[in-house]
Design a binder for this molecule. Structure first.
Ligand SMILES: [Zn+2]
Ligand SMILES: [Zn+2]
Length: 439
């Protein structure tokens, strides 16, 4: 009898825990149908450019206030900070970026954007589109706010929701730090964020144990030549030839100086020189993007660029005071590095709550950068940045079978399946928050 009771009790316990995991998913599904679907539709139709996300910020502030948070607007420009204090415990920050891009939407979605806006930097009126899925991020943040406010008896601590401007210009996170976000609202014990991803299975979670995004540097190389008639090259120093040799020599950095398993990129994205067929110019200008996943790689690449540029100048016989100038911009973005222990802990929590097949692993390919690390370095804050797939499996299968390619981020054809993405966005965030602040 006693044995039977024990068996019954443990069966009951198992039932309860499964039911509560399912309960969260069911509640989020209902909230998606009743509320979040329309909210995503609104954000998708009404994207705004980086730095001028005025209406988006206002709507987000109202949504978070209505959910029961104490909301401060205009933090670092259009940024919004929403706080929910709920007893003692850790301070956990969750960030969602909210900006759209100057792209004309051709996704074919029924709620395609027709928005236009004046670009605050160029002054041109341009079409605007949520071509990176940030509409999924902010919609999910509202869903998370609604869940966490309704579940205050399941956690204790302080929740900080951050609506960040201008991620696409890598300016917003720094602007919020410069506006003293930590000093005003408290420095988080943990910082979290996610990005929805086209080309990855909708609703599935991927959390790298290491670099989630690369660090990026912007480098300019100015090659000073000596101008001459195109028919008398011996009278000048041709900066186009020197700069071309620099471009070729730079290719040896990644192939010969980085360890084969150390990722890095040196891309010369722009090469400008000259005005006319028969004139040897006196200047060439190269613009580079340089990517790394750690300080050591960054150092090897930046020092190597300087060394190659200057010495190719010497090779061409330029005098010491006219050697190529290498200018590394101060606008450097550190890599987004996940805390390994926390990433493992959250992956266990996600697979327990959402099922083992909620997680997937995909080897990283590109070296995209994010400005999230401005929140997590100096001072260091334990953080995890995860990915949520946004493309239906059927579309991925069709692409594999030779069908239409899945459009990439920033493409006019970009599209995300909102329901699985937003639901997984909310559920993974709530599960992570309850893991960190749960009773
Ligand atoms: Zn983007
Ligand atoms: Zn993005």
């Amino acid at each position: 009898m006693k044995k039977l009771l024990v068996a019954l009790t443990s069966a009951l316990l198992i039932c309860t825990s499964t039911a509560s995991a399912g309960e969260l998913a069911d509640t989020i599904k209902r909230d998606y149908d009743d509320y979040l679907a329309d909210l995503w539709d609104h954000f998708h139709r009404n994207p705004e450019l980086s730095l001028v996300e005025f209406k988006t910020a206002e709507r987000m502030a109202n949504e978070l206030r209505e959910a029961g948070f104490s909301v401060t607007e205009e933090v670092g420009g259009t940024g919004v900070v929403a706080m929910l204090e709920n007893g003692s415990g850790p301070l956990v920050m969750m960030r969602a970026d909210m900006d759209g891009l100057p792209v004309m939407e051709k996704s074919g979605l029924p709620n395609s954007s027709k928005a236009e806006q004046e670009d605050p930097i160029t002054g041109n009126v341009v079409p605007v589109m949520h071509a990176c899925g940030h509409d999924v991020h902010i919609t999910s943040l509202v869903g998370t706010a609604r869940q966490m406010a309704a579940r205050k008896d399941e956690w204790s601590g302080t929740l900080m929701l951050v609506v960040q401007p201008a991620e696409e210009r890598v300016l917003g996170a720094r602007a919020m730090r410069d506006d003293n976000i930590w000093e005003r609202f408290g420095q988080p014990d943990y910082a979290l964020a996610f990005h929805v991803g086209a080309g990855r299975p909708a609703g599935k979670i991927d959390a790298p144990e290491g670099a989630a995004y690369a660090g990026a540097d912007t480098v300019d190389i100015i090659v000073h030549g000596v101008g001459a008639h195109g028919a008398s090259p011996h009278r000048g120093k041709d900066p186009i030839l020197i700069a071309s040799q620099i471009v070729v020599a730079l290719q040896s950095l990644v192939s010969r100086e980085l360890a084969p398993h150390a990722p890095g990129v040196v891309t010369v994205g722009s090469f400008h020189s000259g005005t006319k067929h028969n004139i040897i110019s006196d200047r060439a200008h190269l613009q580079l993007t340089v990517r790394n996943t750690n300080d050591q790689t960054r150092k090897i690449l930046l020092q190597g660029i300087e060394r190659i540029a200057v010495n190719v100048g010497r090779m061409a016989g330029l005098p010491e005071d006219k050697l190529p100038e290498v200018i590394v911009s101060e606008e450097s973005v550190p890599p987004t590095i996940n805390d390994v222990q926390l990433a493992r802990r959250l992956k266990i929590a996600w697979s327990e709550a959402m099922g083992d097949d909620a997680l997937y692993e995909i080897p990283p390919e590109g070296m995209g950068a994010e400005d999230f690390p401005f929140f997590t370095v100096d001072p260091d804050i334990t953080s995890v940045y995860w990915g949520i797939g946004g493309t239906p499996q059927a579309d991925l299968d069709a692409e594999k079978a030779g069908g239409p390619a899945v459009a990439s981020h920033h493409s006019p054809l970009f599209k995300i399946a909102p329901e699985p993405s937003v639901r997984a966005g909310v559920e993974s965030t709530v599960v992570a928050l309850l893991e960190l602040m749960g009773d």
